[in-house]
Design a protein around this ligand. Structure first.
Ligand code: SAH
Ligand code: TRP
Length: 325
């Protein structure tokens, strides 16, 4: 049985090596903010996996059910030879697509792309056993910098970008990334994009503030990641997790607010900051979309919506698009 091959483009230039600069800029700006990429050390990745299992976190389940429902039909007409997945994580939901494509007997390779080598290796172990005939080729990189490292297409290609990870970016970054993704698509190729949809905040907010406190722990873990990286003395337990739906921007925002005034020293970058209970550190946003907004966003990046699939009650959306000629 062939095992997964991995190309790592972050070995020399780490994902975290811009931390000094990012954190200095973020903590000296108003409002204070920290970039969400610092959530994902090993502990953070584990906490994220646990978030996807809490009952309140509906996007995982809704997207999973929707993929199960559409995979057989889509694979029957598309017949991809290759599937590339950006931010592939554990590749769990992807199995519905891989199963259906393997059944059509057209799929030759699967290329998971993620910043985390360990998560690709872990996913690879399961995939090797389940799909012994597939060529598995992992790419460790930052999808905002290393998309050009994806090997040349070998037949019809389907690019996956699931989990509403695109919603964790701001509008300009989203368009830039989609334009880069467009360059990966030949005239017969497709992008399958997962986007969470606008709905009642009473459903959305608990998904980012679960009753077991897993999301709160995930949010506070970022302060630990920064302590480790920059020799800092943040007290994560002195902060409260806050998550709310910002109607105007149609997004969830996650913040950290100290209960009492905090004086923080980050020795490695020689930075001292005060954080008062009247302010927060903004750590994450998760934008919510409508079919129209998705279509407009694709258009702006030179892509054209071909198929739209929404879960019952518009709980989650999947769009298939291709490059405009
Ligand atoms: N697609 C999976 C995982 C979503 S979590 C799912 O839907 O369940 C987001 C994933 O994207 C994580 O595995 C994270 O490591 C990865 N990721 C985040 N930012 C990235 C970046 N800039 N480049 C590549 N991968 C990234
Ligand atoms: N992209 C997913 C979302 O926006 C996953 C995610 C990113 C997330 N950051 C998060 C989930 C913080 C919970 C908490 O839902």
């Amino acid at each position: 049985m062939a095992s997964i091959r991995i190309d790592n483009y972050l070995r020399d230039q780490g994902f975290f090596d811009t931390m000094a600069e990012d954190v200095r800029r973020g903590l000296t700006s108003t409002p204070k903010m920290l970039p969400p990429k610092y959530f994902y050390d090993d502990e953070g990745s584990e906490l994220f996996e646990r978030i996807t299992e809490v009952p309140e976190y509906y996007p995982m389940r809704e997207e999973g059910k929707l993929l199960d429902a559409i995979a057989p039909d889509v694979m029957r007409w598309m017949r991809p030879a290759e599937i590339v997945e950006l931010g592939s994580g554990s590749s769990t939901k992807t199995r519905a697509l891989l199963d259906a494509a393997v059944r059509e007997d057209t799929l030759r390779s699967y290329i998971p792309f993620d910043v985390s080598e360990s998560i690709i290796l872990e996913a690879g172990e399961v995939l090797e056993r389940r799909y012994p005939s597939l060529d598995l080729h992992g790419v460790v990189g930052d999808f905002q910098r290393h998309l050009d490292k994806i090997p040349e297409a070998n037949g019809r290609r389907l690019v996956l970008f699931l989990g509403s990870t695109i919603g964790n970016m701001f509008a300009a970054q989203r368009i830039e990334l989609l334009r880069d993704i467009r360059t990966l698509l030949g005239p017969e190729d497709y992008l399958l994009l997962g986007t969470d949809l606008v709905k009642d905040p009473s459903i959305i907010e608990p998904a980012y503030d679960d009753s077991q406190g897993v999301t709160a722990a995930f949010n506070k873990n970022m302060l630990r990641v920064i302590n480790n990286g920059l020799d800092g003395d943040f007290d994560p337990e002195a902060f409260d997790h806050e998550a709310f739906f910002n109607h105007e921007e149609a997004r969830i925002e996650m913040h950290l607010r100290p209960h009492t005034r905090q004086h923080v020293t980050l020795k490695k970058i020689d930075l001292e900051v005060d954080v008062s209970p009247t302010e927060t550190i903004w750590t994450e946003c998760s934008h919510k979309f409508t079919r129209e907004r998705v279509s407009e966003m694709l258009e702006a990046a030179g892509l054209q919506l071909q198929e739209w699939h929404a879960a019952p009650g518009d709980m989650f959306g999947l769009s298939l698009s291709c490059a405009k000629g």
